[in-house]
Design a protein. Structure first.
Length: 74
């Protein structure tokens, strides 16, 4: 049977599996949906970390004299 979305097989340690099982049960969703949601959250956190590092680097090189005024941008 063809599936719409790609699939990944993952091997988990028993304590991690049990935790995900409890979270899925608490939220009333399948294990698959819970793992998908947790992966999405982890990716968002990784993106936030990368963007924060980028912003921090840009802040260090910022000089008010080189910045554009609101009217110049719009």
């Amino acid at each position: 049977m063809p599936v719409k979305n790609p699939r990944i097989n993952v091997v988990l340690e028993k304590p991690l599996y049990s935790t995900i099982e409890r979270l899925a049960s608490r939220d009333g969703v399948s294990l698959s949906l819970k793992v998908r949601d947790l992966v999405k959250e982890a990716i968002e956190m990784e993106e936030d970390i990368a963007l924060a590092a980028f912003a921090s680097k840009r802040e260090k090189t910022f000089t008010k004299g080189k910045s554009l005024k609101h009217a110049e941008v719009w």
